[in-house]
Structures are given as C-alpha cells and as structure tokens.
Ligand binder design. Structure first.
Ligand code: NI
Length: 200
C-alpha cells in the first residue's frame, strides 16, 4: 500500500514515537489502535491557512481555545476515509455537550478534486460540526509535512482517474494547538468517545 520509501519516513517516525511511547505509557488501551500514548517531544502540527467548504479562509489560530480532531484524506476515497469520518462523527454524537469542545476537521490530500464545493457536499454527510479544508497544492503539501502525513497519487489502470495512497491518522490537538494524542482508523466509535472524554 505504500510505494515511496522517502515519503514514508516522516510517518514511520510518528509510528516509532508511538512505539517508544508505549514503553513509558502503557496504562491505557484503546481497541483498534491498541494503545494511546502521551507524546512530549515530537513536533506534529503547526500554522496553516486553508479554505473551508464555504470558501472562507481559515487559519489554525481560528481553532485556538477548542480541541481539534483532525483527519487527512480525500473525498473520492472509496473506503477508509468515509469510514473514519463516520467513526469521528459517531463518537462526537455520543459525547453530548462535551462534543462542543472539539472541532472535527477534515483536511484534503487531494486539492485538485476537493474544491470547496465538493467538500461542502461531502462534509454534509458527516454532520454540521465538520470543517472541511482545502487549499493550493503548495498549501496542502505544507500542512501534510507539518502533520507527517503520507500521501501519494496512484493512477488507476485505464480509467483516467486516480486514487491516493495515504496514512490514516486522527490527530487530537489541544486548545493551544499542540498534539495531545492520535488514533488510527481502526478505533471504534465507543473507544474514541471514551478516550476523547478522558483527554479533554
Ligand atoms: Ni482514504
């Protein structure tokens, strides 16, 4: 599923930090990811200015003061992305009022096709809370780098379209914009809800 070694390195570093974190923080277990960890030293995230599904420019500073649950993917994704966004949506629905303290954010890795108009339709499927963000190729490349996201276009045979190989991680960022923890796409809505409640 991963075809470019160089592009994988930042993502593998992230995974390596999780593995290292396990040694120090083995008290909690989240089904799916199998673990959740505190991460002190690693730098994930950073400033960005992108365009939301309503065509409004949004920067990271706009989300300060709230937790952010950020997922990178693309709306044409046939399986993992919609499933993961569904898990986020269900977990937040279960949280009741606490969900108001978390902004779910979807950042596209496919800005070529994911225009604000496309994202507007797509995000609506997951509920009104979601912010969908797109931008120029350069803006998306920069935010992918900051979050150690792996993404690579994969032409599909003969069909004239393409898919995207990509890492699949939900990042929980704190009200100060710093990484709190992250989850992989196998986490269940119940486990995610429980862990989010514990973290915020
Ligand atoms: Ni996907």
């Amino acid at each position: 599923m991963f075809k470019t070694k160089e592009a994988l390195i930042p993502y593998l570093l992230l995974v390596a930090v999780v593995a290292a974190g396990l040694i120090w923080h083995e008290s909690e277990n989240v089904p799916g990811l199998g673990r959740t960890v505190s991460i002190g030293a690693i730098t994930v995230g950073g400033p960005f200015t992108l365009t939301d599904q309503n065509g409004v420019r949004r920067s990271n500073a706009d989300f300060r003061g709230k937790y952010q649950l950020i997922y990178f993917g693309y709306s044409f994704c046939p399986d993992v992305c919609p499933t993961t966004l569904g898990v986020m949506s269900q977990a937040l629905d279960k949280m009741g009022m606490d969900a108001d303290r978390i902004v779910p954010i979807f950042i596209t890795i496919d800005p070529e096709r994911d225009t604000p108009a496309v994202l507007k339709t797509y995000m609506a499927a997951f509920g009104p809370r979601f912010v969908g963000l797109t931008g120029s190729t350069a803006e998306i490349a920069a935010v992918e780098k900051a979050y150690r996201v792996y993404a690579k276009k994969q032409p599909l045979n003969g069909s004239g379209t393409y898919g995207m190989d990509h890492s699949s991680v939900m990042y929980l960022m704190g009200p100060d914009g710093r990484l709190v923890t992250f989850y992989d796409e196998l986490v269940s809505p119940d486990a995610l809800e429980k862990d989010l409640k514990a973290k915020i």
